[in-house]
Design a binder for this molecule. Structure first.
Ligand code: SAM
Length: 283
C-alpha cells in the first residue's frame, strides 16, 4: 500500500536556474526519465506531468514544482515565459530541451512541448477535514491507471473533495494515471489507507459510507445522500470484499437492463457521483 508522504528533502541546490540541454546523458534528464519507474517515484516522492495548461494551472495553485522542461521552439510563447519565471521564482530548475529529449522523458513520439516534475501529495485519513468535505470516493485496490485517472477527473468535475486509495492500488502518480486525470490530480485531495484503517476511521468519525455492489438490493436513485459522505467502490475484478461491505451504511446497485454483468468501475463511479451531487450541480 502507498503510505502518505514523508517530509520532503529540500529542493536541490542547482535549482532556480534556466539551462539549455540537448543531451540524454544530462543528469536531470536522466532523473526525469527515471520517474517513469514506480520505485523511483516512491524513492523521490516526485512525479511527472505534461502539458502547458495543466502545468500552468498547477503552478498557479502553488503545487511544489522541482523541474520545468520545455522545447526550444515554444520558449518565446507568453504562457511559457510566464511559467518559466514562476518556476524559477519557486526555486525550480528550468530546462530548455530538444524535442528528442522530451520524447524520451515522456516516452512518446509526439510529446507535449512542456513537462514538469512536481512533489507528490498524499495525505492520511486523519488529515481529511470532514467538516469541509463534500464527497470522497474510496477505491478498493483499484488496479487500472486509466480508471483511476478518469475517476480523479470525474470527482473533480462534480466538486467532490477527493479520492481515498484503499489497499494495494495502482500508482496515482504514474504518467498514465496523471495523463488520464487531465490536470484534476492537482485539484482534489488524495489519501491512502489500508482497509483496516479505513474501517476504523469510519467507526471513529461516523461518516456515512455508501458502497456499490452488484448484489445490492437498493436502487442507487432511491437514497438521499448526505454530505460529507463516502462513495465506496470495489476492485475491477473482484468487487467489494465482505469486510468493507460490512462497514457500509448502505449498499446500492445501478440497475442494468442488457446482458452486461457489470459497468466499468470508472463509469459506475461517474453514475454514482452525478446522482450524489445532483442537487448541487447547476449549469
Ligand atoms: C467491474 S465492477 C466489479 C465486478 C465484479 N466481478 C463484482 O462481482 O463485483 C467494479 C466495481 O464497479 C461498481 N459497479 C459496477 N457495476 C455496478 C452496478 N451495476 N451497480 C453497482 N456497482 C457497480 C462496483 O463498485 C464494483 O465493485
Amino acid at each position: 500500500m502507498r503510505r502518505p508522504n514523508p517530509p520532503r528533502p529540500p529542493a536541490p541546490q542547482r535549482a532556480g536556474q534556466i539551462k539549455e540541454v540537448s543531451s540524454l546523458a544530462n543528469p536531470v534528464v536522466k532523473e526525469m526519465r527515471a520517474l517513469q519507474l514506480k520505485k523511483e517515484r516512491q524513492r523521490t516522492g516526485l512525479f511527472l506531468a505534461e502539458g502547458l495548461k495543466l502545468i500552468a494551472d498547477a503552478i498557479d495553485q502553488d503545487w511544489p514544482i522541482r523541474v520545468l522542461a520545455y522545447a526550444a521552439k515554444v520558449k518565446d510563447q507568453p504562457m511559457v515565459r510566464r511559467i518559466a519565471r514562476a518556476a524559477v521564482d519557486r526555486g525550480a530548475l528550468v530546462l530548455v530541451v530538444s524535442e528528442d529529449v522530451l520524447e524520451k522523458i515522456s516516452r512518446r513520439d509526439n510529446p507535449q512541448m512542456v513537462v514538469a516534475v512536481f512533489e507528490q501529495r498524499l495525505i492520511g485519513l486523519d488529515d481529511i477535514d470532514l467538516d469541509r468535505s463534500s464527497v470522497w470516493v474510496a477505491l478498493e485496490t483499484v488496479k487500472d491507471p486509466g480508471n483511476l485517472g478518469t475517476i480523479i477527473r470525474t470527482a473533480d468535475s462534480v466538486g467532490a473533495s477527493g479520492v481515498i486509495l484503499i489497499g494495494d492500488t495502482t500508482d496515482p502518480f504514474a504518467l498514465e494515471a496523471v495523463r488520464a486525470t487531465m490536470g484534476s490530480i492537482f485539484n482534489i485531495g488524495l489519501a491512502a489507507a489500508t482497509a483496516e484503517e479505513f474501517v476504523a476511521w469510519k467507526r471513529r468519525t461516523g461518516v456515512p459510507v455508501i458502497g456499490t455492489h452488484l448484489a445490492g438490493a437498493v436502487d442507487y436513485r432511491s437514497l438521499r445522500y448526505a454530505e460529507p459522505g463516502i462513495l465506496l467502490m470495489g476492485n475491477e475484478q473482484s468487487g467489494l470484499p465482505d469486510d468493507l461491505v460490512a462497514a457500509c451504511d448502505h449498499t446500492v446497485k445501478i440497475p442494468m437492463a442488457g446482458r452486461a454483468d457489470s459497468l466499468n468501475l470508472a463509469v459506475a463511479t461517474a453514475v454514482m457521483l452525478y446522482e450524489m451531487r445532483r442537487p448541487r450541480l447547476k449549469l
